[in-house]
Design a protein around this ligand. Structure first.
Ligand code: DGL
Length: 265
């Protein structure tokens, strides 16, 4: 009998662990292969051509390694490379994008905020998302350079993260946004600190749970659900001895981290 194949999940770093957490909650008996492309963090400041090439290389290497589906747990990689990745692999691919559509349905003030990377907000895909779902609203698209890296390197409670959040979140509060989209998978790690800078009652939207539901639907439709043992393999293109302690801090328990590099086939 063939060994069970994992669901592969990748991000530029450890933001995608917020998606992995939602997946483990919804589909606890699946096996997971998580890849943090730490060597190239942050994706948010990189050119689209680089992200396409890198995304395709990761998807191809993951398919060769063996996986039953691929989750792009990164808004930036989705914005730049989802189409190229889909064209390059036969695996079912689930990508995520900022929750502009649910935000448009929830807002009462007519003003929504979107926190995301510079690359995500500059993408055609994001322009299309706003055009399709929020054209009648005021959309405050706030790029957050440095935030994903600071969350990883200095910690969610660090003064550096606090300073960046003051800069990026307070303008949304001042402009009267009543719904704020967390358009980068790193930001749910600091959602209490984001909420603390917004008026009480402001809704924060994170897409992890919706992605987990979508993965379940795709696997069910392909007859691919189940067969795993709840095993988690966490890998990085960076140095495991440096990434490991950050994984443990964010995840809240010890997870072994291995080195993995998506080589050309
Ligand atoms: N976590 C990634 C996202 O969802 C991006 C962080 C980065 O590498 O800039 O967009």
């Amino acid at each position: 009998m063939k060994p069970p194949q994992p669901i592969a999940v990748f991000d530029s770093g450890l933001g995608g662990l917020t998606v992995l957490r939602a997946l483990c909650g919804r589909l606890p008996h699946e096996d997971y292969f998580y890849f943090a492309d730490t060597r190239f963090l942050p994706y948010g400041d990189r050119p689209e051509s680089f992200l396409k090439e890198r995304g395709v290389r990761i998807a191809e290497a993951i398919a060769r390694r063996g996986a039953k589906a691929l989750v792009i747990a990164c808004n930036t990689a989705t914005a730049a490379a989802a189409e190229a990745i889909r064209a390059a692999t036969q695996l079912p691919v689930v990508a995520l994008e900022p929750g502009v559509k649910p935000a448009a349905a929830l807002t009462r003030s007519g003003t929504i905020g979107v926190l995301a990377t510079t690359r995500t907000l500059a993408s055609e895909r994001f322009q299309r998302l706003v055009g399709n779902h929020a054209n009648h609203l005021r959309v405050l698209a706030q790029p957050c350079p440095g935030l994903a890296e600071a969350i990883e390197s200095e910690g969610a409670d660090s003064p550096r993260v606090a300073g960046l959040l003051d800069r990026y979140v307070e303008p949304l509060a001042a402009a009267g946004a009543d719904v704020v989209v967390l358009g980068c998978t790193h930001y749910p790690w600091v959602s209490p600190a984001i909420a603390a800078r917004l008026p009480a009652g402001t809704q924060l939207l994170d897409t992890g749970a919706a992605v987990a539901r979508q993965v379940e639907r795709r696997l069910a439709a392909g007859g691919l659900l189940g067969g795993g043992h709840g095993r988690l393999t966490v890998t990085t293109s960076g140095a495991p001895e440096r990434v490991g302690p950050t994984v443990d801090r964010l995840w809240g328990e010890h997870l072994p981290v291995e080195h993995w590099e998506p080589h050309h086939g």
